[in-house]
Ligand binder design. Structure first.
Ligand code: ZN
Length: 193
């Protein structure tokens, strides 16, 4: 913890670099990814403060849309789309994802019931042969595409898509190489950016 505190202390010594951020934000992209500490969106994309609106959840799961009760995920998506007017949404899965790995392997999660119940939202198919793959590449990629479908069920997203004002993208990030692949709908394959 102490190195993080030390850095935060020195970070705050450069207020002139950030003064303009008080005027507001106009990010072009909502970046949805896993809470995993190895995934650092600003590092991957080179985004500066104000450029990426982020939603991070365990396993980058987008829960089913419901108007029955409020969720943090729905509020974040709605704010990004309706208020900030982001032009693109990226769902970025990653290699060696513990959440997707647990889904693919069918792990016993009774000791972590909140995780178990959250992962039940995933609705992700289990690609054959993935249980032995520590990278769970195929599982993570299929999972990211499933979350894109979920996004389409959000009324604000569906409306912007129909208006041609929003793009949806599925990415796959390798934590052990730093490389990113994007899904190409025409070929249904993930290719290097
Ligand atoms: Zn993960």
């Amino acid at each position: 913890m102490q190195p993080l505190i030390d850095n935060a202390r020195s970070f705050g010594q450069r207020p002139e670099e950030f003064a303009r951020l008080a005027e507001g934000q106009s990010p072009q992209v909502l970046f949805i990814t896993c809470s995993d500490s190895r995934v650092v969106p600003a590092l991957i994309t080179g985004a500066r403060p104000g450029q990426l609106f982020e939603l991070r959840t365990a396993g980058n799961i987008v829960p089913p849309h419901t108007s029955q009760h409020p969720t943090s995920e729905a509020a974040t998506i709605e704010y990004a789309v309706e208020v900030l007017g982001v032009r693109d949404i990226v769902v970025c899965g990653h290699s060696h994802c513990g959440a997707v790995g647990a889904l693919v392997r069918g792990d016993d999660l009774t000791a972590v019931p909140a995780v178990r119940d959250w992962l039940a939202h995933a609705a992700t198919p289990r690609p054959a042969g993935q249980a032995e793959d520590p990278e769970v590449a195929k599982g993570v990629q299929a999972h990211a595409l499933t979350q894109l479908l979920r996004l389409r069920s959000y009324p604000c997203v569906a409306r912007k898509l129909a208006q041609g004002k929003l793009g949806l993208h599925a990415w796959y990030y390798e934590v052990h190489t730093g490389s990113v692949r994007a899904h190409h709908p025409q070929t249904d394959t993930f290719e290097s950016l």
